[in-house]
Design a protein around this ligand. Structure first.
Ligand code: GLN
Length: 452
């Protein structure tokens, strides 16, 4: 089998399903074929484990000379002049980038309905959302258009769409993967991570993109273990914590049952589990929206019509240039977050909101640390329900936000978390969330693989 054949297969599949799924914002067939040709000439002895694999990249990760839009009018025609570190690493790993994947604008959303360009659909049921914000990344893998993809996760954006689309999605420990070249949403929460069909694939892809990067001062100088070596199937004696807040109110009965069934499987393999409490998780949603919007308001200040992307044609002076560029370039949800964040950071309110939220964030992090003193992993559902209908929540931001209630605390604590498929509700996939200690993705993979 040649790499060119694999790439052929990917485009064949894209031609079959893409008009229904609509996962891609940009497809660069010529470039992919060129890469495939170069790879086909490599000697066998130099080929790595990911050699020749077709991959898709979320459209907030910059790719040199390949349009990177963040699904925003603001960057509709933006051609980056450099590659993100993860993209360079993918090239070193000899993968073939097939195209750029749809998302909620600037990664703000849970359904892909906030994309300025198109609505990606859930391959399991085209009337349902694929989740978000990495909805294109999850849908493309679920529909077989690519073998792997990269997403980003600020409050659940890898794990929630992975759950909705029946694939495996990992949000690594904060600092595990370089953010250089990821268009920032909330810098203290954002992480890039892999979305794949199997846990094994996921371990290999995370391996390829991890590690210290001098270009990202928040990337960590921590040894990257051999993740694939953790896939032993052995979970004997493993201690699992199940937070009661994760199986309580708001979580649908089938979802609850699927988690209890998964725990039974792990028990039969020799693991033990106990109920615990994350007492501050009830404040996680408010804390997250305050902090992430504050950081977003600062990060998105760079889109001023001067340096990047869209510039309004309707301005006679500098102030109007700023105002009209931003009014025309950003969508509703992005503006909502910028206004909320700007308010929270404004003088007179800073202590009451931003500072307070930082304190609560510390308490949430301590909840996790307390549990990890006694247990190896935390398990619960990824989402309270399976994929919802397109249009169902779009007019009510609060119901949309509540969908992330189970994934958000993990970002606030900075710990790693995965979603693996664990059953169905009305023909729609459900996800099991496995959360680990800082930099202990290996144990997460071990549990996920044993369960898979
Ligand atoms: N849905 C959440 C939000 O809208 C999470 C987004 C993300 O993880 N990028 O902020």
């Amino acid at each position: 089998l040649k790499v060119s054949d694999l790439v052929d297969e990917a485009y064949k599949r894209i031609n079959q399903v893409e008009d229904k799924v609509q996962a891609f914002l940009t497809i660069d067939e010529e470039r992919a074929r060129q890469t495939a040709k170069v790879l086909d000439e490599k000697l066998d002895s130099t080929k790595g484990i990911l050699y020749g694999m077709p991959i898709g990249v979320k459209d907030n990760i910059v790719t040199k000379g390949l349009r990177t839009t963040c699904a925003s009018k603001m960057l509709e025609n933006f051609d980056p002049i450099y590659d993100a570190t993860v993209v360079q690493k993918l090239q070193q790993a000899e993968t073939v980038t097939i195209g750029k994947l749809n998302m909620d604008e600037f990664a703000m959303g849970s359904s892909n309905e906030n994309s300025r360009f198109q609505k990606t659909r859930n391959p399991w049921n085209l009337d349902r959302v694929p989740g978000g914000s990495s909805g294109g990344s999850a849908a493309a893998v679920a529909a077989g258009e690519v073998l792997f993809s990269l997403g980003s996760d600020t409050g659940g954006s890898i794990r929630q769409p992975a759950a909705f689309c029946g694939v495996v999605g990992m949000k690594p420990t904060y600092g595990r993967v370089s953010r250089f070249g990821l268009v920032a949403f909330a810098s203290s929460l954002d992480q890039i991570g892999p979305i794949t069909r199997t846990v094994e694939d996921n371990a290999y892809l995370l391996q390829a993109i991890s590690g210290l990067d001098p270009m990202d001062s928040t990337s960590a100088d921590v040894q990257v273990p051999n993740f694939a070596a953790a896939l032993t199937g052995d979970v004997k004696g493993l201690k699992i914590a199940v937070p009661k807040e994760y199986l309580g109110e708001g979580v649908n009965e089938t979802v609850r049952q699927s988690v209890l069934d998964a725990l039974k499987v792990l028990e039969s393999l020799g693991a033990v589990w106990e109920e615990v409490s994350l007492p501050h998780s009830k404040y996680a949603l408010a804390t997250y929206y305050l902090l992430s919007s504050s950081e977003a308001s600062a990060n998105l200040a760079r889109f001023d019509g001067v340096r990047y992307g869209y510039r309004t044609p309707n301005a006679d002076n500098l102030l109007d240039l700023y105002k009209n560029t931003r009014a025309e370039g950003f969508g509703e949800e992005v503006k909502r977050r910028i206004m909320l964040g700007t308010f929270a950071l404004s003088s007179g309110y800073y202590d009451a909101y931003y500072k307070k939220a930082q304190k609560v964030r510390t308490l949430i992090k301590q909840d996790f640390e307390n549990i990890f003193e006694k247990y190896d992993v935390i398990i619960g559902p990824t989402t309270p329900t399976p994929a919802f209908k397109i249009g169902e929540k779009i007019d009510d931001p609060m119901t949309m936000y509540v969908n992330d209630i189970l994934t958000i605390p993990v970002n606030l604590a900075g710990v790693p978390g995965i979603s693996v498929p664990c059953g169905f509700d009305q023909g729609l996939p459900l996800g099991l969330q496995i959360i680990g200690k800082h930099f202990d993705e290996a144990t997460i993979y071990r549990v996920a693989h044993a369960f898979e």
